[in-house]
Design a protein around this ligand. Structure first.
Ligand SMILES: *[C@@H]1O[C@H](CO)[C@@H](O)[C@H](O)[C@H]1NC(C)=O
Ligand SMILES: *[C@@H]1O[C@H](CO)[C@@H](O)[C@H](O)[C@H]1NC(C)=O
Ligand SMILES: *[C@@H]1O[C@H](CO)[C@@H](O)[C@H](O)[C@H]1NC(C)=O
Ligand SMILES: *[C@@H]1O[C@H](CO)[C@@H](O)[C@H](O)[C@H]1NC(C)=O
Ligand SMILES: *[C@@H]1O[C@H](CO)[C@@H](O)[C@H](O)[C@H]1NC(C)=O
Length: 416
């Protein structure tokens, strides 16, 4: 091969590589800018092109993208998003103690009501609690000390991304997640009904809501961009508004038990109820279908379920199922800087306020829930037959979720 041919070949290769990079970048970060008519004004990120000037000096793609990322983040924006300004400022580490500053920094001209003010205070308070305990080195729990980069890819799959509005939702099963997933589908227009995106969250059939292929999650980035995907996710996590909804951890467990073991659920019967009945209730010949089992009065008891959670063999087989996996393991609240922390206990107010912050409250409403929600007041009854030692172990297992999200320790359940 002649030198000239080699040179030509390398020029072609380098050009193809450049074009690929630009496509990847625009496809992901750029798309949001093409939807400005529906979204709030956001920081522009023109770092994409200008950062190219010194790309030749960087031999490694990773390094290049990292540089791109930091240069676009260093951009000082003249028109910051209001929600971001409001919430992120309010939460800058170290914790901002000056609430008034946040309040003044917000444009109150449209929503000047008392409600938003209370909501804003509540958010500042929830974020302060979270950050305080994330920073407190005498409060420890597994995985606390790892960095974002140490989180394995498969643990990022609870983050649902909407590029149209720049929103990321971390879904926690048993915390209104069906309805929030519906909202994400409407916002991102990711599902069509006869060629038209769904407009009303309640029109979306349940089976589509929980089909992971409906949502833009990390495994999709991974399939599309491989090695670039971590960087893209990082960019999005920096720029987008991130939220999650949580709930009292013990009440969430009761709720999970009710929906997966008190109602006939073939899948959960096979995967979880059969092993529990065998291990903790000495059953040997169990029917293969859940209806037969229920017919014969064979049901997992709440006590079997708790025993299963406390059994060290459980985690050795597989990580906790998402319906009872701790929120800190699903959403990584010490690694991801959530802008909004909603609670099921105040779902209606939190939902209304969040949609307002995202400036999509004219687009849709959060669906009211008519279902028979597990109430906190049932807790004493449910745990009455659970031995005290188990309750205390169970608290240890879920302590991080209690503490990080400001749920008081259920003292009455943990003492004789
Ligand atoms: C943005 O610029 C202002 C002054 O123009 C400065 O005070 C502020 O610290 C800058 N912010 C960042 C994130 O660089
Ligand atoms: C840190 O956490 C420990 C243990 O939970 C607690 O006793 C202590 O008060 C916390 N410190 C601060 C400054 O919050
Ligand atoms: C999920 O959706 C995809 C694409 O619409 C479809 O091919 C797949 O069968 C669905 N999966 C389930 C479990 O419904
Ligand atoms: C199950 O059997 C073991 C011994 O085989 C016994 O010690 C245990 O008490 C039994 N448990 C129940 C719930 O019957
Ligand atoms: C709600 O659930 C509880 C316990 O599962 C049940 O006792 C009650 O009747 C239910 N209420 C309604 C209105 O379905």
């Amino acid at each position: 091969m002649t030198k000239a041919r080699l040179l030509r070949l390398s020029v072609v290769l380098v050009s193809v590589f450049m074009i690929l990079l630009i496509i990847v970048y625009w496809d992901n970060v750029g798309t949001a800018h093409f939807y400005l008519h529906t979204s709030f004004s956001r920081p522009r990120s023109p770092g994409a092109i200008t950062a190219g000037e010194d790309w030749e000096a960087l031999p490694d793609v990773d390094e290049f993208l990292a540089k791109l990322l930091s240069s676009s983040l260093k951009q000082n924006t003249s028109v910051p998003r209001k929600t971001e300004q409001l919430l992120v400022q309010g939460s800058n580490k170290p914790v901002v103690s000056n609430l008034e500053e946040n309040v003044r920094g917000y444009d109150w001209s449209t929503h000047k009501d008392r409600n938003s003010l209370d909501q804003e205070k509540l958010q500042v308070e929830r974020q302060r609690t979270l950050r305080e305990f994330c920073a407190n080195s005498s409060f420890t729990f597994p995985t606390k000390e790892r960095s974002f980069d140490d989180i394995p890819n498969y643990e990022l799959n609870h983050l649902i991304v909407d590029d149209r509005h720049g929103v990321i939702y971390c879904y926690v099963p048993k915390v209104a997640c069906t309805n929030w997933k519906r909202v994400m589908i409407v916002l991102s227009e990711s599902l069509l009904d006869q060629g038209v995106p769904y407009r009303n969250p309640l029109d979306i059939p349940r089976e589509h809501v929980h089909n992971t292929s409906t949502h833009l999650t990390f495994n999709k980035f991974w399939r599309r961009y491989g090695k670039f995907s971590r960087h893209l996710m990082k960019i999005k996590l920096k720029k987008y508004t991130k939220f999650l909804f949580v709930r009292d951890p013990f009440v969430r467990l009761i709720s999970a038990f009710r929906s997966k073991f008190e109602l006939e659920n073939e899948d959960f019967y096979r995967r979880f109820a059969i092993p529990m009945l065998k291990l903790y209730s000495n059953h040997t010949n169990l029917p293969t279908s859940v209806s037969e089992a229920f017919g014969a009065g064979l049901k997992v008891s709440f006590s079997d379920f708790i025993q299963y959670l406390l059994d060290p063999r459980t985690e050795k087989m597989a990580p906790f199922n998402e319906h009872w996996r701790q929120v800190y393991r699903l959403c990584h609240p010490c690694q991801i800087d959530y802008d909004f922390i909603g609670k099921l206990e105040t779902l209606d107010e939190d939902a209304a306020y969040l949609l307002q912050l995202l400036k999509v409250d004219r687009l849709l409403r959060f669906p009211p829930s008519y279902r028979n929600r597990t109430a906190s007041s049932w807790e004493d009854n449910w745990f009455a037959k659970i031995p005290l030692a188990w309750r205390q172990q169970l608290y240890k297992l879920y302590e991080a979720d209690f503490v990080l999200f400001g749920y008081p320790k259920p003292e009455n359940l943990l003492k004789d």
